[in-house]
Write a protein that binds this ligand. Structure first.
Ligand code: SF4
Length: 109
């Protein structure tokens, strides 16, 4: 029998690990049609560390972090996923984005 808490912990660990591989190189920002230096959308270079934090912080801190995520990522991402093909770390951006959207927007893990 699989322990539900253990499965959840494994999933959060895998998200945190994947996000920790981000180099913060900014290449994803260069190709993003929705990112601009003056804009509110932080691009995938902001989403990836936020995904890591969302997977690590206690539930009571996640609420405020989720608000930041909705403003700086969810509201601006047009899902072109141009970032995916240029990431030198080959980060699983689709998975991090969908998991973070689920946590920050729909409050699900
Ligand atoms: S291109 Fe990849 S490694 Fe570079 S900042 Fe964006 S997500 Fe991180």
């Amino acid at each position: 029998m699989v322990d539900g808490d253990a499965v959840l912990a494994d999933r959060r660990w895998s998200i945190a690990y994947e996000a920790s591989r981000c180099l913060q190189c900014g290449l994803c920002l260069e190709v993003c049609p929705n990112f601009s230096v003056q804009g509110a959308f932080g691009g995938m270079a902001a989403m990836v560390p936020l995904a890591r934090l969302l997977s690590e912080v206690p539930a009571e801190q996640r609420k405020r972090l989720a608000s930041t995520y909705r403003e700086s990522v969810y509201g601006g991402c047009g899902k072109s996923l141009a970032c995916r093909s240029v990431c030198p770390a080959n980060i699983d951006i689709d998975n991090l984005l969908s998991r973070s959207n689920a946590a920050a927007v729909w409050h699900r893990w």
